[in-house]
Design a protein. Structure first.
Length: 526
């Protein structure tokens, strides 16, 4: 098969809901319902345990996304699934120290510690604390922060000899960004929710090391200085710095984030936010969807701080790559023979439905050597769905000062309802509460190409938005403009070949696909 069925380019809520289905369907019956980490769907389909990441990594990603989705879109969760993830997270923290540990084998004890998993451990404890008022999770987070202060120094690293002396098997990382820096984001969330000041202290220590040694004022990326090829570690720290800047109104820190977004990030993203698994990456167009999710979250924060061009970037990322890359057509996945009834080989296709993985810009499979196999590792669906939740919150934002339509998707909140020009003839905004309204207009449009009906008072054009100063409940604003057809090329600086794209507005109509299968869009030229 070539073109996939049921590719989504317009519905954020539906993507979140389907991703939640995946995360509630990936527990290993042969391992006391601990979630799987590893995934392959070709050349053979299976789900598998990881001695590095299963209980220490996946529950945090999934709890953060599932409980977030419950709040933001009203997903009705299966509490048994939430409890399975909680139990796995507590298993990870049940070793001799309150750190996110992993078992070397399914029947082993949690002794493996890699600082890479600190981010995911804190995401599990944060999510349970915030959304389930889980006192055990809160206590573990507090104890874990104390333990990190006891065993780690920003200038010296971990006291590995002491860790080993108490029975911890320490696993090294590719430096600070690949390890400790990653926990910055969930520490910011935990502090915002609880006010626990040691969490803030640790977050600030991580921030200072990150901006003094890596994310410098010039915004440049230097592979030697960054010391890791793992792109998700870089993008997750970038989005974490943006979250910290947003929490405290730290404009100086946000400008440091913006500098890297505008410069160094282009070493690891293309025009649609596609991002490779590693940098540099040769002879493969396979990406990693949660890298794109981090880029998206950073763009949303920059947009909210008064830079609407980053909302435009977020819109193109969502429509052009992240939404289409979800696994929604599983007809090509064949469940393997399973005479021994191994759970990781059972119903593999259906359990993958809604996943995110390692997509190329044009489809699930990359031209060239690819990744070696087609996979949708289970942590990635959690990371990506969490980012989609942040995008859903930002489509329409209602504040005491005004209402804001930032992304042009179908959406409804208590204050207003918006119809997207990508699913309807025009952009339509129905006011459900009286107030002022800002509507972001794509920057490619001239004012004379836009026709507005429904407001007796002429709107004001300001900062990339059309502003309506006084609207009333029940009032309908119709904004008509063309979705222009354009052609762009994704550069071969990151891709094996230049990738030509035909677009209508920010929606992809066709794209080069180099005779690959499992493609998201029609071939360029059709």
């Amino acid at each position: 098969m070539s073109l996939l069925e049921n590719v989504n380019t317009t519905n954020i809520k539906e993507a979140i809901q389907l991703g939640c289905k995946t995360m509630q369907n990936v527990f290993n019956a042969d391992d006391n319902q601990v979630p799987f980490f590893g995934s392959t769907v070709w050349p053979e389909a299976s789900l598998s345990f990881s001695a590095h990441h299963s209980e220490s990594h996946v529950p945090g990603r999934h709890l953060n996304a599932l409980l977030n989705a419950e709040e933001v879109v009203g997903v009705v969760l299966v509490e048994e699934a939430v409890e399975n993830h909680r139990r796995a997270a507590l298993l990870s923290y049940s070793g001799v120290l309150p750190l996110p540990l992993n078992r070397p084998a399914i029947d082993g004890l949690p002794i493996n510690f890699c600082p890479h998993n600190l981010r995911e451990g804190f995401h599990a404890l944060y999510a349970l604390t915030k959304y389930r008022q889980d006192e055990m999770a809160y206590d573990l987070a507090v104890q874990s922060i104390d333990t990190i202060f006891n065993f780690w120094r920003p200038d010296q690293g971990w006291d590995v000899a002491r860790l080993n002396s108490v029975g911890i098997s320490y696993q090294t990382c590719q430096g600070f960004l690949h390890g400790e820096a990653r926990m910055l984001g969930p520490l910011v969330k935990f502090y915002r929710n609880t006010g626990h000041t040691p969490a803030l202290k640790l977050a600030l220590i991580l921030k200072e090391k990150a901006i003094n040694e890596f994310f410098l004022a010039d915004g440049r990326f230097d592979s030697k200085r960054f010391s890791t090829s793992h792109v998700h570690s870089i993008t997750s720290v970038l989005s974490s710095l943006a979250q910290l800047a947003d929490l405290f109104g730290d404009c100086s820190l946000l400008m440091r984030v913006k500098a890297f977004y505008d410069n160094g990030l282009w070493n690891m993203r293309d025009e649609f936010g596609w991002s490779p698994e590693a940098v540099p990456q040769d002879h493969s167009d396979h990406g990693e969807a949660n890298n794109t999710g981090d880029i998206l979250e950073t763009a949303l924060i920059l947009g909210r701080w008064g830079y609407p061009a980053y909302y435009q970037d977020a819109e193109r990322i969502l429509r052009g790559h992240l939404l289409p890359a979800q696994l929604r057509d599983i007809s090509f996945i064949q469940d393997p023979p399973n005479p021994d009834g191994i759970d990781g080989r059972r119903d593999v296709a259906n359990r993958h439905l809604g996943s995110f993985g390692f997509p190329a810009p044009y489809g699930h499979a990359s031209v060239g050597k690819g990744r070696g196999h087609l996979s949708f590792n289970m942590d990635i669906v959690g990371g990506t769905v969490g980012s989609l939740c942040e995008a859903y919150r930002e489509v329409i934002r209602s504040e005491p000062t005004a209402h804001w339509v930032n992304l042009l998707f179908d959406h409804e909140i208590n204050a207003l309802r918006a119809q997207s020009p990508y699913t309807h003839d025009d952009l339509l905004v129905e006011m459900k509460q009286s107030g002022s309204l800002f509507v972001r207009i794509p920057p490619s449009l001239r004012p004379d190409e836009i026709h507005i009906e429904g407001s007796e008072v002429p709107p004001i054009w300001t900062g990339g938005y059309v502003f309506f100063s006084e609207l009333f409940a029940g009032q309908l604003i119709q904004i008509r403009f063309p979705l222009k057809e354009t052609q762009i090329t994704l550069s071969d600086r990151l891709h094996i070949h230049p990738i030509r794209v035909r677009m209508q507005g920010d929606a992809v109509m066709a794209m080069d696909q180099f005779d690959t299968n499992l493609t998201f869009f029609h071939p360029y030229g059709e």
